[in-house]
Design a binder for this molecule. Sequence first.
Ligand SMILES: [Zn+2]
Length: 59
Amino acid sequence: MDYIMKCPVCGHEVDMFDICDNCDYKNSGPKENLDGPTGPNKMTLREAREAYKEGKKIV
Ligand SMILES: [Zn+2]
């Protein structure tokens, strides 16, 4: 069963450990740290939020 959570970057609803439809960030679940480990993304959560705010693509 899927667990829906809010994307830590944009707040859009996303499945846990899945890629956000809105911003492309792949979340690492509810205990994700702001400064990593980065996991499946090249950016940390902090960098991803910055990028999203500036309208840049999250990688
Ligand atoms: Zn998102």
